[in-house]
Design a binder for this molecule. Structure first.
Ligand SMILES: [Zn+2]
Length: 312
């Protein structure tokens, strides 16, 4: 259900723990574990980069995932191309063909499925020549039946859900955790509320929340981890972060995602987002460790959009 609002374009947020979250990935809400003060502590993030604020591109000359140098190397976009074509937000000659095939497979899954409604509503860039036509949306009719329909992008109105995970267990010195547990879903209204009439005219009572599918949770985490690792390469240097365990997670050779990935409540960005930025990230050093903490936030203009943390 969409809350009533007088705004023509709504980006309201609400935290939900509703029955739509019946898949195993969405566990019941739990309080995050206490962070063990004896362990490495996250540090306040102070290095801000938004997609509009970047200026320098770097050439790496090796695959940042497998270290190969004697192969054909392609450019790596830190901010996915589909989130904005950003001058300077690129690592030149940084990914070999086989690693690029792995990373683009989970990126395409996320961009074409999870993020499609919001990309469409915001008219974000697409490599596809044809503009966004319609977007799939699961709706419920007045008689109670639910169905996935094609909604013209300019008629779309719905709720978009971004998961909030438990903190990385790295901070509890627990290196056994695998798939991250989702604590709750942060939902945002997207689209023009005037489009409500389009749904009413077709006998549609409500739109179900669009969120990552239960079997795509790993792709979502790898999608964010890749952005985080590329950001660390950019700010800290390839030689500094190339031994990071997140490389094996990104490549799918390890599944201890929950050790290095999650949401940390206390580590927020220290500056407001720049206008129009669709993504931002920041890299900080962790005390007592050579590891880096990278924060990634999608759609920072949406209030309370989750900030994801990766230990690199
Ligand atoms: Zn490679």
């Amino acid at each position: 259900m969409l809350p009533e609002t007088g705004q023509s374009s709504a980006y309201g947020a609400s935290k939900e723990n509703n029955s739509l979250l019946s898949c195993p990935l969405f566990a019941p809400k739990r309080k995050p574990n206490n962070i063990n003060q004896e362990c490495v502590e996250p540090r306040v993030l102070n290095c801000i980069a938004t997609i509009r604020g970047m200026s320098t591109a770097q050439s790496i000359g090796a695959c940042i995932y497998c270290d190969k140098t004697d192969v054909n190397l392609t450019d790596e976009h830190i901010t996915p191309y589909a989130f904005g074509n950003v001058t300077g937000d690129i690592l030149h000659d940084a990914s070999c063909t086989s690693c690029a095939a792995i990373t683009s497979s989970f990126e395409l899954t996320m961009l074409r499925e999870n993020f499609l409604p919001i990309r469409s509503v915001l008219q974000m860039p697409s490599r596809s020549k044809k503009a966004y036509g319609s977007v799939k949306q699961t709706v419920q009719y007045k008689d109670g039946t639910t169905k996935e329909i094609d909604v013209p992008h300019d008629k779309y109105l719905g709720q978009f859900g971004l998961p909030i995970f438990q903190p990385p267990s790295y901070f509890n010195a627990d290196f056994t955790k695998r798939l991250p547990v989702i604590d709750e879903l942060q939902t945002f209204n997207i689209g023009n509320v005037a489009n409500r009439k389009w749904y009413e005219d077709q006998g549609i009572e409500q739109q179900l929340v669009h969120h990552i599918k239960s079997n795509k949770g790993q792709a979502y985490v790898r999608f964010i981890m890749k952005i985080a690792y590329c950001a660390a390469v950019k700010f800290e240097g390839y030689e500094v972060v190339k031994d990071s365990p997140v490389r094996n997670l990104i490549l799918g050779d390890d599944d201890h995602f929950a050790v290095y990935f999650g949401n940390l409540e206390d580590n927020q960005f220290t500056e407001p987002p720049q206008n129009n930025s669709v993504m931002r990230y920041a890299v900080a050093s962790l005390d007592n460790s050579n590891k880096k903490l990278v924060a990634v936030q999608f759609f920072p203009f949406m209030e309370e959009s989750p900030i994801y943390h990766t230990v690199v």
